[in-house]
Ligand binder design. Structure first.
Ligand SMILES: [Zn+2]
Ligand SMILES: [Zn+2]
Length: 231
């Protein structure tokens, strides 16, 4: 599997250095995206990867799906096939409201509390995350290797930690250095004590805390927009 980070910023991130959440996972001709916050859609265009078939949304905070609106318009203009979107409940009504307001957007949305699907070479399932609204973390496997993507969560979150044990790589949010659990997020210091740092890649980085988070991440990798990893 190849991972490409489309957006590694948090909701509070300012500027265009880090766009909002998005991760492209490719295996052979199969391409899926996990989350599509603002700007993640532009990185997908820069990569010439508009042929992505499926999007999985972790939760309905706007920094995880707002890029989808622009992306759906581009798909229409380019005559691309309808995107299949798996999401916790609520996304369909958001898209219907946008459509009713006069936008030519459509997607095949499948909502579930815990979305899962097989897409080409990839098997994707979700577990409940521990966030301020209903949110899921996704596990993606090609049958040989497993990647866990936390979305937004506080830790310790038992369901996520259980999946982390079997994962080859854990892409995990790090929204502060320490003590952001009351906002439903994870601090790097807490995370490093829970998941082996050699399999951790940190994302969802607020611009105003970037230097401190990088400094505190000793031994774990910190993702940046455009970063690619082979798993
Ligand atoms: Zn977020
Ligand atoms: Zn969130």
């Amino acid at each position: 599997m190849e991972l490409t980070f489309l957006g590694t910023g948090a909701g509070s991130t300012l500027g265009s250095k880090r766009f909002k959440s998005g991760l492209l996972v490719s295996s052979g001709t199969t391409k899926i995206v996990l989350d599509m916050g603002s700007g993640a859609n532009y990185r997908l265009e820069d990569l010439n990867a508009l042929d992505v078939q499926t999007l999985f949304v972790t939760h309905l905070h706007v920094d995880h799906f707002s890029g989808l609106l622009d992306h759906l318009v581009v798909r229409k203009l380019k005559g691309l096939p309808t995107l299949k979107v798996y999401s916790p409940p609520g996304l369909r009504s958001v898209l219907e409201a946008v459509k009713l307001a006069g936008n030519n957007v459509s997607a095949e949305v499948e909502e579930a509390e815990l979305p899962k699907a097989k897409v080409g070479d990839l098997e994707v399932y979700s577990v409940k995350a521990c966030h301020s609204i209903h949110a899921v973390a996704y596990v993606v496997t090609d049958g040989r290797r497993r990647v866990l993507y936390s979305g937004d969560t506080t830790e310790p979150c038992e369901t996520i930690l259980e999946e982390a044990r079997d994962a080859d790589l854990v892409v995990h949010e790090a929204s502060c250095v320490t003590g952001c659990d009351s906002w439903g997020h994870t601090g790097v210091r807490e995370l490093l004590g829970l998941i082996p740092r050699e399999k951790l890649v940190l994302t969802h980085i607020p611009s105003w805390l970037e230097a401190e988070i990088i400094e505190a991440s000793v031994g774990a990798r910190v993702a940046h927009d455009g970063m690619r990893l082979n798993v």
